[in-house]
Each structure stands twice: as C-alpha cells, then as structure tokens.
Write a protein that binds this ligand. Structure first.
Ligand code: HEC
Length: 125
C-alpha cells in the first residue's frame, strides 16, 4: 500500500516539475519570478506605477515613456538600455544617474543577469 502512495507522490512531483520547466527558452522562469519579486513593487510591463513600464525597455532609449514623469537626472542620461547599461543601472542607479528617483539596488550579479535576460527576451532581442 505504501508503495502505491509513493508512486502517486512521485507522479505528482514529476508533473509539477514538468509544469515548472515549461518556459519557452527565451524568458527563463527564474527571470520572470525575480522580476515580479524585486521590481514588481514599482514596475509593471505595460503600465506606469511608481516607475515606468518596462515591457520593451531593452533596446529603448532611456526616459522615453511619454506618460511617465522622469527625474531630471534620468532625462539627461540619454543612453540606450542594453545588457551593459542595465547592469550598471541596477548595480547602483544613483551612480549611473546621480539624483535619480529609483531608490533600489540589486547587489547579486546572477539576479541582475536573469532579470536583464528576461527583459531582453520580452523585447525580442
Ligand atoms: C522602489 C521602487 C523601484 C524598484 C524596486 C525598482 N525600480 Fe526601476 N525605477 C523606479 C523609478 C521611480 C524609476 C524612474 C527613475 C527616474 O526617473 O529617475 C525607475 C526607472 C527604471 C528604469 C528606466 C526606465 C526608462 O524608461 O528609462 C529601468 C530600466 C528600471 N527602473 C529597471 C528596474 C528593474 C529591472 C528593477 C528590479 C530589479 C527595478 N527597476 C526596481 C523605481 C523602482
């Protein structure tokens, strides 16, 4: 009897694993979850919150969402968001654009990379 239950649990675990691994390769689930956890309090993909929308941000010029009220600091930065600029920005926004309104830093390089990869996948780059 306990053997049967064991097999049932194993099957359930395998199904869960299969569901969890069902990403499309372009946007790894890890990046998506990290984005929700670390950035989701202030950012959404398709609307403004405390921060501007980030869907399509990869490859977009900085401070270019017309309906968002950017800080003068970020307006002056005039860069394009790519792997390098996003990594520097997330490491220390205030060093990147002194006086910016984004009061948040992501210290872990692996998490920065996963989130940037996720945003890049959303931009189709
Ligand atoms: C505490 C709130 C907060 C958190 C958390 C936060 N942001 Fe921001 N973010 C902002 C604000 C506010 C701005 C606008 C900054 C300005 O105008 O100086 C911004 C701006 C940005 C921009 C510039 C967008 C553009 O249109 O030029 C990017 C890119 C960005 N954030 C990425 C992220 C990512 C990725 C995360 C998670 C790792 C994150 N942010 C977490 C508040 C936040």
């Amino acid at each position: 009897m306990s053997l049967c239950r064991g097999a049932g649990l194993l099957a359930a675990a395998l199904i869960l694993l299969a569901l969890a691994g069902g990403g499309n390769g372009q946007s790894p689930p890890a990046g998506k979850e990290l984005f929700a956890k670390r950035c989701g309090g202030c950012h959404a993909l398709d609307r403004e919150k405390e921060g501007p929308r980030l869907g399509g941000v990869y490859g977009r010029p900085s401070a270019s969402v017309p309906s968002f009220d950017y800080s003068p600091a970020l307006k002056q930065a005039r860069i394009e968001w790519n792997m390098d600029s996003l990594d520097r920005w997330l490491t220390d926004p205030d060093q990147f654009a002194p006086g910016t309104d984004m009061a948040f830093r992501l210290d872990k390089p692996g998490e920065r990379r996963a989130i940037i990869d996720y945003l890049r996948g959303l931009s189709g780059k």
